[in-house]
Design a protein around this ligand. Structure first.
Ligand code: KIV
Length: 276
């Protein structure tokens, strides 16, 4: 059965929610049955497109990748990130852009980075019947303002601001909140206080669920994943080894052997020989 924001709402306090990023159809098909939600993250800028950060990801990028994931997700809730500058101009523009992710990308919800400053945008989206997942803590679109990808909420003042932002996101109508790279005790406090589920990434075990970038958790890619990532597999090594074997067999002439060739009825060799 297709999961929805209701699945998220009902899980709070009962069941841990499982979310992974996905950016294309084939991977979405593999993950679909084992996760509650697939996040089409703007991290695709880094892991799929090779940018150093998420800032150059466009609405067209997100629409295309989201549509591919949606076609592969028969059960999982599909949440799509609003890329940089798609929700920073005005609530009207935020709704117009999120509308594209719903209509063209077939997302069921959008995620946007930011707290109290984005409450008006969240309210406008909710008014347009677009479910919103908030995102606080290390919000990668603020990499230049933060001076790098750094843990957030480390001082008393910063932790207080984060807690207030979390309250503002919930009050504006978000159905869930992603908390990235914050101290575990702060994430625990926010998770306890909010009535909506909190999905952690580098935010400790007390959150209502977890999300990771799939290339990081499955061991694909060259970038060194952040410290909070556990490597659950080595897809990179499996792929490297498959490519090495393929290249060796092609060079030696071992591939394709007979079983990988189309055979034709007896006499076809003669037909080919007689071709002018
Ligand atoms: O873009 C992304 O993948 C994300 C997750 C890291 C939460 O926002």
């Amino acid at each position: 059965m297709k999961k929805s924001v209701v699945t998220f709402r009902e899980a709070k306090g009962h069941t841990k929610l499982v979310m992974l990023t996905a950016y294309d159809y084939s991977v979405a098909r593999i993950m679909d049955a084992n996760v509650d939600a697939l996040l089409v993250g703007d991290s695709l800028g880094m892991v799929m497109l090779g940018y150093p950060d998420t800032l150059s990801v466009t609405m067209d990028d997100m629409v295309r990748h989201c549509a591919a994931v949606s076609r592969g997700a028969q059960e999982a809730l599909v949440v799509c990130d609003m890329p940089y500058m798609s929700c920073h101009i005005s609530p009207a523009e935020t709704v117009r852009n999120a509308g594209r992710l719903i209509i063209e990308g077939r997302a069921q919800a959008v995620k946007l980075e930011g707290g109290a400053d984005f409450a008006a945008d969240i309210r406008a989206l909710v008014r347009a019947s677009i479910p919103v997942m908030g995102h606080l803590g290390l919000t990668p679109q603020s990499v230049n303002a933060f001076g790098g990808f750094r843990m957030q909420g480390k001082t008393k003042e910063a932790a207080q601001r984060l807690l207030e932002d979390a309250r503002a996101v919930e009050a504006a109508g978000a159905f869930a909140l992603t908390l990235e790279c914050v101290p575990a005790p702060l994430a625990e406090r926010i998770t306890r206080e909010l009535a909506i589920p909190v999905i952690g990434i580098g935010a400790g075990a007390a959150c209502d669920g977890q999300v990771l970038v799939w290339q990081d958790m499955a061991g694909l890619g060259e970038r060194q994943p952040p410290r909070f990532v556990k490597k659950f597999g080595d897809v990179g090594q499996a792929l490297r080894s498959a490519v090495e074997t393929y290249a060796r067999e092609v060079r030696k002439g071992d591939f394709p052997s007979g079983e990988y060739c189309y055979s034709f009825p007896d006499g076809f060799d003669d037909v080919v020989r007689q071709l002018k």
